[in-house]
Unconditional design. Structure first.
Length: 257
């Protein structure tokens, strides 16, 4: 028994597709997402060039400073991190030495609820028999199956709970985060970088976010990644130079949060 806290880095990365503010540049922030190497690394160079061509600043994470002050942790609690939330579906009280097999509650701070989507499965029973297993968008179903209560805290920049195809497959308490201190005492924390959602120019902030966590930290044993990822702005500049277009790509990089 105990309580699991999961934080997805895209909680701090506003996008219109996830319910954030709309603008004339929405098309630059609405991209296909697949958790593979291409969508976590190489594709960001093309997206960098798109932002530069449109003449707008690179979108960045925001609001993460001081985030850890909102939580209370049990003695012996620790934090794990990785690139995909799929690993959160494989974390159990046994990972902290508890004798019981399931969590009392799982709290997710995320731009998405990860509790199954009806455009993929008609019901929880359909998911159980589908053979799809635990994925980044279904991992909370594993904890529901084991008996945990599920809570999703959407970011304040998300303007509404009413989003197309957002109904989860199982009961989930979903709220827009109000920034309050959490009353639940957490025994294990997992932080997801979400490299297919959040660009590499935010990796330095992600490193700082991990370092400011007051808990002992370590990478999930199954995680495979490069961190920080190659700087897509630097790669674009090098290629512009190689192709005789020095100065065509300017450096839009800047510190964030």
């Amino acid at each position: 028994m105990g309580n699991l806290l999961v934080i997805d880095w895209d909680f701090f990365f506003p996008t219109p597709a996830a319910g954030g503010p709309r603008s004339v540049h929405d098309h630059l922030l609405t991209w296909p997402v697949v958790e593979d190497e291409f969508h976590t690394e190489p594709i960001w160079e093309a997206r960098y060039r798109d932002f530069h061509k449109a003449g707008i600043e690179l979108p960045r994470v925001q609001g993460w400073s001081g985030f850890w002050n909102r939580f209370v942790f049990s003695a012996g609690a620790h934090m794990l991190y990785g690139d995909s939330n799929v690993w959160a579906g494989l974390l159990w009280p046994s990972d902290i030495g508890s004798l019981d097999g399931s969590w009392d509650s799982v709290h997710l701070f995320d731009a998405h609820h990860d509790a199954g989507y009806r455009n993929n499965h008609a019901s929880f029973e359909a998911w159980k028999t589908s053979g799809d297993g635990i994925r980044c968008e279904t991992w909370m179903l594993a904890h529901h199956w084991a008996g945990a209560e599920l809570y999703v805290h959407f970011p304040a920049w998300r303007q509404s709970l009413d989003r197309p195809r957002e109904e989860p497959l199982v009961p989930v308490t979903m709220t827009i985060d109000d920034g309050a201190v959490q009353k639940t005492i957490f025994d294990l924390v997992y932080v997801c970088r979400s490299g297919a959602w959040v660009p590499p120019w935010c990796d330095d902030s992600f490193t700082s976010f991990l370092r400011t966590c007051p808990l002992p930290a370590g990478m999930h044993a199954n995680n495979r990644w490069m961190h920080p990822r190659p700087d897509p702005g630097r790669m674009a500049e090098l290629k512009a130079g190689l192709y005789g277009k020095v100065g065509e790509v300017t450096d839009l990089r800047a510190s964030s949060d």
